[in-house]
Design a protein around this ligand. Sequence first.
Ligand SMILES: CC(=O)SCCNC(=O)CCNC(=O)[C@H](O)C(C)(C)COP(=O)(O)OP(=O)(O)OC[C@H]1O[C@@H](n2cnc3c(N)ncnc32)[C@H](O)[C@@H]1OP(=O)(O)O
Ligand SMILES: O=C([O-])CC(=O)C(=O)O
Length: 379
Amino acid sequence: MSAEEKIEIHRGLKGVYFERSGTTFIDGKAGELRYRGYSIHDLAQHSSFEETAYLLLHGELPSTAELAAFDAKLKAARRLPAPILAVIETMKQAHPMDVLRTAVSALAGFEPDTYDNSIDATRDKGIRLASQVPMIVAAHEAIRNGRAVPEPDMALSHAANFLWMITGRKPSPQGAQLMDRDLILHAEHGSNASSFTARVVIGTEATLHAAMTAAIAALSGPAHGGAAEDVMRMAQEIGEPERAAAYVKAKRAAGEAVTGFGHRVYRTEDPRARHMRDGVETLSREMGEPKWFAILQAVVDAMKPYARFGVNVNVDFYSGVIYYLNGISPDLFVPIFAVGRVPGWTVQCIEQLHNNILIRPLTLYDGPEPREYRDISQR
Ligand SMILES: CC(=O)SCCNC(=O)CCNC(=O)[C@H](O)C(C)(C)COP(=O)(O)OP(=O)(O)OC[C@H]1O[C@@H](n2cnc3c(N)ncnc32)[C@H](O)[C@@H]1OP(=O)(O)O
Ligand SMILES: O=C([O-])CC(=O)C(=O)O
């Protein structure tokens, strides 16, 4: 056997451990997810986004005073510098993820500690970005719809204020709670593609803003954050529950993935999905539009044969319909994921910085043998 034949290639880094992490535990076979040791189910039911973000960034649940101080820091950052609003205005026709990526990149120019990669400064910048990211999404939504950018309401929670600013309407307590839960469920998920991207960037000792800009870029793809938008499009295309089986059959016959299903780590249902499913079921009933839940469940039924192979619903199968029923435009679904993920990206960067190392795997060359360069006139 030649030396080359012994080399194992892990395409997509499937199943490869590249680091230790004290933040998120995932058991893909059992469908378990914990942040800092706490079950995602407890956090989804009893915590708030603010408390969960504190837990992720500080490692422990906060006391009342600690949570109040953390909340005050978040609220103090609910402002964008005027030039950032001008950037948003200039590119208001673009997809909200392009606007978000560009505005986060531009924010580096207005952050006094951009180049301070100490752990404390990185955490503080992450807290500010946790507020600035929803401000960017909301400002863009207002500007592109010809509305004045709403003033943040300091009496409202992170989730409720975000809803207020994107819709221009004060949310109902149930609407705010659903968004809060959604942000908790999206807050962190180990070394997913966007967080890994953030680690690669900060691994070069670049800044948090550079890492987060790259993470937003990675999140925007349909194989990662874009699924919720695609699921809504799929539900609209299917139109009636009776047509779901034929839709799934046609997709599979074409060798295409059914969006909102499958996961690199989970071999059973994504544990976050059940909280979103409950939300869609209740909301679509309450809003007199039970059809949407029925369509999604019909797709789940049609996908049952694939569950045997570990293909089940993921976190974003149900979330798009929740946003849609709240009157949120489908191109905001990925940005909403980003709003939730800022603490996760930040904590992954902090872990990387704690014991930093350049991330640089290898590719096995299988191109042409050495050959002679010929002048262009002889080719
Ligand atoms: C928040 C998130 O990022 S969650 C993911 C969101 N993305 C989506 O919902 C998009 C649809 N899903 C997918 O494209 C994929 O499932 C991914 C990209 C998420 C994961 O891909 P992988 O890790 O490469 O998939 P995995 O190795 O588990 O696939 C195993 C088998 O299941 C199949 N499979 C995976 N996902 C799906 C799907 N959505 N529909 C149908 N079949 C699927 C694969 O084709 C593969 O079959 P094969 O062995 O016959 O080739
Ligand atoms: O972990 C992953 O690969 C994708 C995912 O579910 C997430 O980022 O929330």
